[in-house]
Write a protein that binds this ligand. Structure first.
Ligand code: WTA
Length: 670
């Protein structure tokens, strides 16, 4: 595999345009702009002055942080020793107390925290009081299992209220949760368990997806049984019964949630924890084959999560019904499902399954049934709904919707306009929110009562955040030109490191521009100073809003016995934003004897190794890959071939004839 730094610094401007089809959408004629309506302006939480009020960003964030409940108030705001920041570091608080106890103490115990809907149609309304009761009992169970502050707990769960309870119970006792998305394979799960040294796994027998039970506990069992020579750090597995699928049981190691939690004491004092106490690790794809454990801490994370949730969505906790469709396995589900809505005492919807089960009207029925007022979803979901057709949402009463959010990838103006007209009834403002696992919370977005919206633009850094678009040498680029997005000062919810890998933290984010954070995204500012995201500039792909690493998929491919070499690129895809396209060279003769259908087998192999989300859309078996004279694969050329674009300058390709060969193979593969 190529070394990480060599890939990370491949950030010349051509890479921005070569790799990313999304840039096309910005060549559309300037669309209409949308100013907030009088009615919206009249009721909005914040006004334009907030940007000026945030000029002293430290004072501003301190003021935001004071909306949290602190056990010990902080006196220090920011301690910035690049590349390490500490926020509110002499303060103490408890994240779970902020999400639950204080609301119950304030008399909101009967407010619904989560309107949950299972995929088969079963529903539960979980109040703040009930959620707190469960979390306290669970905290006692965890402590009874010997889990202490600082210990790591892996969570591999479906979208059920117990998952949120599990995260909050960890936070309550100071254990660091590492949620591993339910779609990941046993190998991916095990790699994350090992990297964090998790002592406990919380899981479910299975959860419902696409009308079937998708097993989870069996994946945990397989993960823990991998590498018999190297036992895992896991001592116990706590299992929620949900799918009622058949599962194996390891006596002494495995525990049923329903046999433990209801019988544990409902009394539990939340300890005061330092503001910089680790809250969670969340693994995300980077430029090498190994996912990195992004580390977030408590005080700053909660402050920015709560602030952005209130202002970007104009949240009115007493009346809004908020729905974030993200899975808790991703950062959006962490910040804008598990933490911010609860810290803000909101009522939210949580849905277990897929949008097309039993049919594509599912989401719109949910909006109608619960009277959802704020919907936060991803462009890929909007494009999927567009494809199905407007008649489906139009068959439902969506008039409760008043704010619409988008996250995860650039939203093309066509999808934006459809979202506004068909879902938002031409009324509801759309907030296109740019941020990352690493930033912890929203960094750029319009404010719905303030900003005149431009379809496709994330527009402005949120108050208190500063972003810039610079060239390779770090100089700001002129308006209209593409460059690299950086954060030029620390922000409260920034990652505090890569778990157990200080060097990787430094190399990935801080080696390019010193004390400015390198986001890995291309961007441009227009004449009004509004921000347009142009996609990743490194070897991270964005498929349906999920981050995938080319190197990770390449590693999986070359681990297959028949594969000699592999190169993976992201090609533009009208539905998923980007699609994974792989080029493989098979070992000589291997393919003749053993592989009937190499592309199908290799696609399945990647899905089994990493998870279904990483399954390539296409695998092209080629005789050779385009390389430099020194033997480095030129992915730029493959990306161009995969997207049918011009391949550009070929002077560095050692054998240009392979390009025509590959082009022929792509055409033949269809
Ligand atoms: C992309 C998701 C354009 C971007 C919260 C970023 C976006 C990566 C947007 C982070 C947006 C996220 N417009 N691109 N509004 N939001 N991205 O870590 O490339 O899963 O670097 O966090 O998604 O993905 P992650």
């Amino acid at each position: 595999m190529t070394e990480p730094t060599a890939r990370t610094v491949q950030i010349t401007r051509p890479a921005i345009t070569d790799q990313h089809g999304v840039i096309e959408s910005h060549h559309l004629p300037e669309a209409h702009e949308y100013a907030p309506t009088q009615a919206f302006r009249a009721q909005t939480n914040v006004h334009g002055e907030i940007y000026a009020q945030a000029a002293d960003f430290e004072a501003f964030w301190a003021e935001q942080a004071r909306t949290l409940a602190w056990r010990r108030p902080f006196t220090r705001v920011l301690d910035w020793r690049p590349p390490h920041a500490e926020w509110f570091s002499d303060g103490e608080l408890n994240a779970c107390e902020n999400a639950l106890d204080r609301h119950v103490a304030a008399g909101l115990g009967d407010r619904v925290a989560i309107h949950w809907e299972g995929e088969p149609g079963d529903t539960r309304a979980v109040t703040y009081g009930e959620l707190l009761d469960t979390v306290k009992r669970l905290a006692n169970v965890l402590e009874g299992l010997g889990i202490r502050a600082g210990d790591r707990v892996a969570i591999h769960m479906p979208m059920i209220p117990e998952t949120v309870a599990a995260m909050l119970a960890c936070a309550r006792i100071g254990a660091v949760h590492s949620v591993v998305f339910g779609g990941f394979s046993a190998e991916s799960l095990r790699a994350r368990i090992d990297d964090a040294g998790a002592r406990l796994v919380i899981t479910a027998d299975g959860g419902f997806r696409k009308g079937r039970v998708s097993p989870l506990k069996p994946t945990v069992d397989r993960a823990l049984a991998l590498h018999p020579d190297r036992p895992s750090s896991v001592e116990h597995v706590l299992v929620v019964r949900r799918g009622r699928n058949e599962i194996d049981w390891v006596e002494g190691r495995d525990l049923w949630w329903h046999e433990e939690v209801p019988f544990a004491s409902p009394m539990h004092e939340a300890p005061a924890l330092p503001a910089e106490h680790p809250l969670f690790i969340l693994y995300t794809s980077g430029t090498t084959g190994r996912p990195k454990g992004v580390l977030h801490t408590t005080g700053g994370y909660l402050a920015q999560a709560a602030f952005t949730h209130r202002t970007v969505f104009d949240l009115k906790p007493d009346t809004d019904v908020y729905w974030c469709t993200a899975d808790v396995g991703w950062i959006t589900g962490h910040t804008y499902l598990a933490y911010a809505p609860l810290v803000n005492a909101a009522t939210q919807v949580m849905y277990e399954g897929t949008p097309d089960t039993p049919d594509w009207s599912r989401w719109w029925r949910i909006v109608e049934r619960y009277g959802v007022t704020i919907l936060y979803t991803a462009p890929t979901a909007i494009r999927a709904a567009m494809k199905v057709g407007r008649q489906v949402p139009q068959g439902h009463d969506l008039s409760s919707l008043r704010v619409l959010g988008s996250v995860g990838e650039p939203i093309n103006p066509e999808a934006w306009l459809w979202y506004r007209e068909i879902i938002g009834g031409g009324r509801a403002p759309i907030v296109d929110t740019w941020w990352q696992t690493e930033t912890g919370a929203i960094m750029a977005s319009p404010l719905p009562g303030v900003t005149t919206l431009k379809p496709g633009s994330a527009q402005r850094p949120v108050p208190g955040v500063s972003l810039a678009v610079v060239d390779d040498s770090g100089r700001p680029v002129p308006a209209g030109e593409g460059g690299l997005l950086v954060a030029d000062r620390p922000w409260p919810s920034m990652l505090r490191g890569v778990w157990d890998d200080e060097q990787r933290y430094r190399d990935t984010y801080w080696s390019v521009f010193g004390d400015r954070y390198f986001a890995g995204d291309g961007a441009r500012l227009d004449e009004d100073g509004d921000l347009w995201l142009l996609g990743r500039v490194d070897d991270v792909m964005n498929v349906s809003g999920h981050r995938l690493s080319t190197a990770e998929i390449e590693s999986a491919l070359v681990a297959h016995h028949a594969v000699a070499e592999a190169a993976v690129v992201g090609a533009p895809d009208p539905d998923t934003g980007q699609a994974v396209v792989a080029f493989v060279v098979l070992k000589r003769n291997q393919h003749l004897v053993e592989l009937q259908d190499a592309p199908a087998e290799l696609r399945a192999h990647v899905a089994a190794t990493i998870g279904a989300i990483a399954r390539p859309k296409a695998v092209h078996v080629v005789p050779d890959l385009p390389k430099t004279r020194s033997g480095k694969i030129i992915r730029r050329v493959l990306a161009a071939l995969a997207s049918g674009a011009e391949v550009g300058d070929l002077t560095t390709v050692s054998d240009p004839s392979v390009i025509d060969t590959i082009r022929g193979i792509i055409a033949a593969d269809g």
